[in-house]
Design a protein around this ligand. Sequence first.
Ligand SMILES: [Zn+2]
Length: 324
Amino acid sequence: MQSINYFIKGSLGKLKRKLMSKNLMRTEKREYTLMLVPHQGNQIIRLRIPIKLLKYTVLAVCAVMVLAGGTILYYRNQASVASVEKQEIERLQKLNEDQNTQIEKLAKKTAVLQEDMNRLDKLDTDLRRLVNTEELPASRSGVVRPGYIGQGGIRVNPEISQLNELVEQLQNGVKQREDSLSSIKEMLLERNARLAVTPSIWPANGEVTSRFGSRDNPWGGGGGDWHPGIDIAGDYGAPIVATAEGKVVHSSWYGGYGNLVEIDHGNGIQTLYGHCSKTVAQVGQTVKKGEVIAYMGSTGNSTGTHVHYEIRVNGTAVNPTSFL
Ligand SMILES: [Zn+2]
């Protein structure tokens, strides 16, 4: 009986120790002992390290490593972004510089154009003076020299708005100049047309032997008569030309004029060429200024080879020399 009691007590003791051991494991109160054994025979150093502390230390180290890794990755990424941004900024700066350069070049060209426009203004004024018009050129106003352009070149960066304003002024200037020059062209065309039909050249080469107006009687016998034209003496058969553009209204014998060509120039002006040896212009024909219409002779009431040149304005003979 006693042995049974010992057995039970022994078993209960083992069970108790096992249970206690498991309990210790659960509560993790186990410890590791780190022994430092110096070689010189000094006392052994024992460091008792609770396993809990060890676990927390490992966790802490892991956390620190994760944090450190994350931080490194973050800053590396930030550095990469900063590098890209720096490159972009440099690219934009370069682009900005290039654009500024382009704007400056454009400003210079605009200024040159403005100078050209100013010269055209002056030319326009001169042309108008030559064609005797008192009308002022339409584009004299509104042309402004750009303030940032000097003799020495550009030093102030022009604003885009300034350039736009200048270009608009130039566009307006070009339009006004075009209108002005067109009106001058119209004036000149009109003048040319008027000039073409206005007697303005000599009808033949030769010497004036009789002037317009009162003169001594060419036939002798005293007295005088009134000469409605001028007589130009030259070589027999020398060409006689129309002194202005016009329409031939007569080309044959006409009393004392002998062989006569008469041209109507419009605006009430006619020219007559008398005493011709031969007429070549045909009635109804339009002749140009300088075109041969007849040849010099001495037909009709004539004392020698010459052409009698006469200009009539609204039917009245006028002095031809006032047209020469
Ligand atoms: Zn005459």
